[in-house]
Every structure is written in C-alpha cells, then in structure tokens.
Design a protein around this ligand. Structure first.
Ligand SMILES: CC(C)(COP(=O)(O)OP(=O)(O)OC[C@H]1O[C@@H](n2cnc3c(N)ncnc32)[C@H](O)[C@@H]1OP(=O)(O)O)[C@@H](O)C(=O)NCCC(=O)NCCS
Length: 150
C-alpha cells in the first residue's frame, strides 16, 4: 500500500517535497509539531518502481469532535498529475469518516486552480473568504474557505 502514516524519520523527506511544492512552505518545526498531533500520511513510491520507497506526497488532517480540517496536502512537483493527491485526499476523508466527523473544512489560495479542481471532485463548496490571508509574490491574496459534508 503506497499510503502509510508519517513517521518522525520521514520529516526530512517530507520537507523536501513541502519546499518544492509551495512558494510559502511550512517550516520544519511546524511540520514536526503537526506530525506529533494530527493524522499525517505519506505516499511512497511502489516497491516495484524505480524510486521504490521514495516519499512523493503528504497530507495532514486534524479532527475535533465531529469536524475535520485538511491542514496540508502536497505532492512533489516531479510526481504531480499522477493521482497521488487524489489518493491522499481520499485516505484522509476516509479517516475523518472513521472518526465520526460529519464535515470537513479547508482553506485554499484563490489562485490555486489545481487544488480547487481536485477539491471540487470531492464535493467541496465555497463557504467564505479570508481577505488578504496569504502572502504571495505580489503581496497578499485571499483564502477561500471550502467545506464538504461526509
Ligand atoms: C493540489 C495537488 C496536491 C494535486 O496533486 P496531484 O497529485 O498533482 O493531483 P492528481 O493527479 O491527484 O489530480 C486530481 C485531480 O485534480 C485536478 N488537478 C490536479 N492538478 C491539476 C492541474 N495542474 N490543473 C488542473 N487540474 C488539476 C484534476 O481534476 C485531477 O483529476 P484528473 O486526473 O482526473 O484530471 C498538487 O498540485 C500540489 O501538491 N500542489 C502544490 C501544493 C498545494 O497547492 N496544495 C494544496 C494547498 S490548499
């Protein structure tokens, strides 16, 4: 199974992908504290592949009572568009359901079309906007709040 729980000794590889995937990545210390507190998974290249065991993506979900939040989902740029993000998302939503969550929330940059397209496939809809929430190369941009019922 290419998806497994993130371990502490995965953090260095996860941070390589985090830094490559985002213009404004999490710091290593934020990633480490999330790994301790939340449901964190990684996607490893299949045993039969040339890059067997290489970590290609990660996703992090928090659950509080019956609500879940997607805190992070990223795929190494060299492995994008191979349905890895979709499989990570599918896994964390199944985990949220197993924890009896009824709704899942996330925030996404207004400009992030690849992520929007993926989230819509899972039934997420816009529920709000945080103005000028994220830094970007031009200054700031809005965060769009998305939610879906499980
Ligand atoms: C968003 C992200 C996780 C998607 O991961 P991925 O493995 O490349 O996506 P998948 O191959 O699983 O694609 C799933 C669906 O998302 C959509 N999608 C993904 N990338 C897309 C792109 N570049 N353009 C348009 N649609 C895209 C497609 O609808 C795709 O379905 P399809 O394969 O039937 O066309 C990846 O682009 C990424 O890591 N981006 C940088 C980090 C980031 O922005 N994370 C989200 C923060 S809110």
């Amino acid at each position: 199974m290419p998806i497994r729980l993130m371990q502490e000794n995965d953090l260095a590889a996860v941070m390589i992908n985090e830094n490559a995937a985002y213009d404004f990545p999490w710091s290593a210390s934020i990633m480490a504290s999330n790994q301790k507190r939340h449901y964190c998974i990684v996607f490893e290249a299949e045993a039969s592949a040339k890059n067997a065991g290489e970590i290609l993506g990660h996703a992090i979900l928090s659950t509080v009572v019956d609500e879940a939040s997607v805190l992070n989902i990223a795929v190494s740029p060299k492995a994008q568009r191979q349905r890895i993000g979709y499989q990570l998302m599918d896994d964390i939503l199944a985990h949220a359901l197993s924890k009896n969550c009824v709704e899942v929330f996330l925030e996404v940059r207004e400009s992030n079309r690849p992520a929007f397209t993926m989230y819509h496939q899972f039934g997420f809809n816009e529920i709000g906007v945080r103005n000028n929430y994220y830094p970007n190369k031009q200054g700031r941009e809005d965060a769009i709040l998305l939610a879906c019922y499980l």
